[in-house]
Design a protein around this ligand. Sequence first.
Ligand code: SF4
Length: 356
Amino acid sequence: MRPISAMLPEELAGALPGAPAYRGRQIFDWIHRRLVFDFAEMSNLPDSLRRDLAERFMPVSLEEQDRIRDADGTVKFRFRLGDGNTVESVVLQDRRGRRSACLSTQVGCAMGCLFCRTGYLGLRRDLNAHEIADQFLLLRSFVRRQGLRSEGNPPRSGDLSGVVFMGMGEPLANLDNLLQAIEVLDCGGFSQRRMTVSTCGLVEGIRSLSSRKSMVRLAISLISADSEVRNRLMPVNRSNPLSELRRALLDYQAALGKRITLEIVLMAGINDRPEDVEALVSFVRGPDARQPLKVLVNLIPWNPLPEFPYKRPEAGRVEWFRQRIEQARIPVTTRVSRGSAVCGACGQLGQITPSG
Ligand code: SF4
């Protein structure tokens, strides 16, 4: 059976010889706008076509295996892929009740960041575009149909407000499938401007986003702008050093004019030192302060995990770090970590071992 969630209306039409071209758009709209995944319910299609579709195509191919809900409103899903591997996706809810979907792009990850659970799985394989799109469709359907309940708040209905490609895997290492999924989601009415791609800093991938004029937002998991610290924690820094990363970000901003988010997971004694503040400020300002990057720095205090030696800095230290960045006139926020009780916060996916 052929998965079709990453096919555009014209591609769907092309897969239905003999059917009028508008059937492609109708099927696409049922799946992507109405979130109907059963051909039998697609009431404006002839019976014979519905039967034919059910025999040949799968609207979504992922199967939900597990769901864990945190008291703060976060819900983590584990989905089984056709080959038996599994991936995780998370619905996050912020303090204002807005919900976003955190999607995976690979089974495991080859980047080996030392602070990341997914990195320890290694890379099993890239996700296909339809497997990325399926996560979005299933999470959006969940949010629309059932709403979320968080402590002290009534269940909510509504919709996703954003998508972050920040789950398992390095999105820019699976660029073609990622971009195909983004195009299909956008065509289904969920604008690229509401999507964020988070990368550990793959320079070539960032340059591809610039040259394609992609309108998604870009976030860099920077961790530290001190080369020594970054080399130690993120092997990617050896092949994509900070100087080249900075040049690629400058070119990205010149091409697209968009602000970039720099994510810093703060670990006590590792990357919360005065040297880390200094390195960050000069990374943002540039060597001669003439070509500053337009950024928002997002501080994320470490979410403790039993198998890692890192510690969350004291709240006072986090605030000290934040103020030093603010004093340098760099926009900065501290993110309240959501979902740590279900291991759905940054760097905490991958606890459930793929079964393939
Ligand atoms: S932080 Fe991202 S890039 Fe690094 S190992 Fe984890 S999933 Fe891969």
